[in-house]
Design a protein around this ligand. Structure first.
Ligand SMILES: Nc1ncnc2c1ncn2[C@@H]1O[C@H](COP(=O)(O)OP(=O)(O)OP(=O)(O)O)[C@@H](O)[C@H]1O
Ligand SMILES: [Mg+2]
Length: 260
């Protein structure tokens, strides 16, 4: 059974058709990267996977059941700009995720339970390489370290599905390369299913197991909102070649040029 099953899905905001006729099956353990022109609905799709948005029409299943309408611990997200709490230190930021889950009423744990949460959070910080920054505040961290913290914050809740929306987009190339290694390690170690949006086609081609391209097949230059994007390429990464890469790159650039 697929972890995610999407059939004939549409997403519209008023008259703006963002996604149309989307069909997709994602199995547990896949690492899908998602590329496409700006504004084609990539973040919207992730928000639907997270439970922040609902499709307008179509079938949308998680483990064979209708998608939970609210975000839940099964699904975590990391955005391009980090979303941690600036008044909490690194360790407290990671512990907060555990505390909120285990003590919904107080949002805080005490005694042995707190000690246990601290140990889990420290282990998580170690696995993202932040064990020496546990008592620093987010403002004292570099961009790459902040993203490591965001990832730790999501992973500590043990999600099945981790969603990444251009998580490395704001980082220098050298730092992104380190993050690529990290995310691949974490994906394998935690048996995650990953869906990652990226603007960097090379990143999309080399990082995951499957590349998805969102784009419009139909385009009305006089009414750009009339048609939505759909999946135009769905390629297992092992099958990719430079020719395919160039072809996709050209079609994305062409669409972005037409839209501007
Ligand atoms: N809450 C909303 N209300 C109305 N329209 C929205 C909303 N969120 C997104 N949209 C519209 O949906 C379309 C897709 O937006 P989305 O952010 O998903 O694109 P994207 O592919 O992630 O783009 P980018 O690559 O620039 O991040 C855009 O036309 C946007 O204006
Ligand atoms: Mg986006």
């Amino acid at each position: 059974m697929s972890l995610i099953s999407v059939k004939n899905l549409y997403k519209e905001y008023g008259d703006n058709v963002v996604l149309e006729k989307l069909n997709l099956e994602i199995k547990e353990g896949e690492f899908c990267t998602l590329v496409g022109p700006s504004g084609c609905g990539k973040s919207t799709f992730l928000k639907m996977l997270l439970g922040q948005e609902t499709p307008t029409r179509g079938t949308f299943l998680f483990e064979g059941k209708p998608f939970p309408k609210e975000p839940s611990v099964e699904r975590g997200i990391v955005f391009q700009r980090y979303s941690v709490f600036s008044h909490l230190n690194v360790l407290e930021n990671v512990m907060l995720g555990i505390e909120l889950e285990k003590s919904r009423f107080f949002g805080k744990l005490f005694g042995a339970k707190r000690k246990e949460a601290k140990k889990i959070a420290m282990d998580m910080l170690e696995s993202v390489g932040l064990e020496n920054s546990a008592y620093k505040f987010p403002s004292e961290l570099s961009g790459g370290m902040q993203q490591r913290l965001s990832i730790a914050q999501s992973l500590v809740k043990k999600p099945k599905l981790l969603l990444l929306d251009e998580p490395f987009g704001a980082l220098d190339p050298g730092i992104s390369a380190d993050m690529h290694t990290l995310i691949q390690e974490l994906w394998k170690k935690n048996n995650l299913t990953l869906v990652m949006v990226t603007h960097d086609l090379h990143e999309g081609f080399h990082l995951g197991t499957r590349l998805l391209v969102f784009d419009k097949i139909r385009h009305d230059p006089h009414a750009p909102d009339r048609f939505g994007a759909t999946i135009t390429y769905d390629i297992p990464i092992s099958d990719t070649s430079e020719t395919t890469l160039n072809k996709i790159d050209k079609s994305i650039k062409k669409r972005e040029k037409n839209d501007n």
